[in-house]
Design a binder for this molecule. Structure first.
Ligand code: URA
Length: 291
């Protein structure tokens, strides 16, 4: 530890009025890349003297390693360096006053460790650094402030309280993957789109086969005689109303998108009336399976 850090982490530092301090928990990890900033240590952290080693810390470390972060990319710390308790032995989140009191340490840490990205975990660090709240509104977002790059994410303690199949777990992992890409300046790859004009009956059947069992999006183009302004094309009961084209897009195995255009009651349609009818019927069957 450098001399300046020794002064900071002298136990007890005696700068605030927190009771029941076990241990001051300094930041830990490798400087220069990603700094993960939580609110304050929990019980296990206070016992071990290391940040993010309890249940939520293990969750965080697992997810970030799954999206590519190496140990050498990460530095972990908290805005408040001591565990905060209420009642008998219950963790409590820091107030803005607690953070203002202790925040000089994390500010100093940022200057010394010079991270490329600071990942704010949960509401308290978000409020402290960017004066924003709630985290649910800002998660996944990137902010530049005073020459630093901040990325906002939920606190892992929030996620460990949710059911395993809750969609927030997926979103959290996506957020961490984004933070990793920001750290390494990785641009999102453009997803390839394969466009298929179904101008033969075989291609139409192939399109319907591809859609079967997959989620897809659909766009239906319609027309009707009469003036455009009368919007007859939007009225299926208008005389002469027809479905001119159906467009579908779905993701295929490698993540690429396949988009089909099927001309129906249109001069380019490969289908006769009965075939058009059976294609529509099949389409509604496939669609119903997803409802
Ligand atoms: N929660 C935090 O905010 N920090 C830790 O170090 C552990 C849990």
């Amino acid at each position: 530890m450098r001399e300046s850090e020794e002064q900071f982490y002298e136990v007890p530092c005696g700068k605030c009025k927190i009771d029941g301090r076990d241990k001051i928990v300094p930041g830990d990890g490798v400087p220069g890349r990603a700094m993960f900033v939580g609110m304050c240590p929990g019980e296990e952290e206070a016992k071990e003297g290391k940040p993010f080693v309890g249940k939520s810390g293990r969750y965080l470390r697992k997810i970030i390693s799954e999206v590519g972060f190496k140990g050498s990319d990460c530095y972990f710390t908290n805005v408040v360096k001591c565990r905060l308790i209420e009642g008998k032995n219950k963790n409590r989140a820091p107030t803005l006053d607690d953070m203002k009191f202790c925040g000089a340490f994390v500010q100093q840490e940022i200057r010394e460790k010079n991270p490329s990205i600071i990942i704010l975990l949960g509401d308290p660090p978000l409020k402290y650094f960017l004066n924003k709240s709630p985290v649910a509104k800002y998660r996944g977002m990137l902010f530049k402030n005073k020459g630093r790059t901040f990325f906002v994410a939920h606190h892992p303690a929030y996620l460990v309280r949710l059911k395993l199949d809750h969609k927030e777990h997926i979103l959290f992992k996506q957020d961490m993957a984004r933070a990793y890409k920001v750290l390494y300046g990785i641009k999102d790859e453009k997803v390839g789109v394969e466009k298929v004009l179904c101008d033969t009956h075989e291609k139409v059947l192939d399109a319907l086969d591809t859609l079967e069992g997959r989620k897809f999006v659909c766009d239906i183009e319609t027309d009707a005689p009469g003036k455009v302004k009368e919007r007859k094309a939007l009225d299926p009961w208008a005389p002469g109303f027809k479905i001119t084209l159906m467009g579908f897009a779905t993701r295929i195995e490698d993540g690429a998108i396949k988009a089909f255009s099927i001309p129906l009651e249109h001069k380019e349609s490969p289908l006769n009336f009965e075939e058009t009818f059976s294609v529509l019927q099949k389409f509604f069957e496939i669609g119903r399976a997803h409802v």
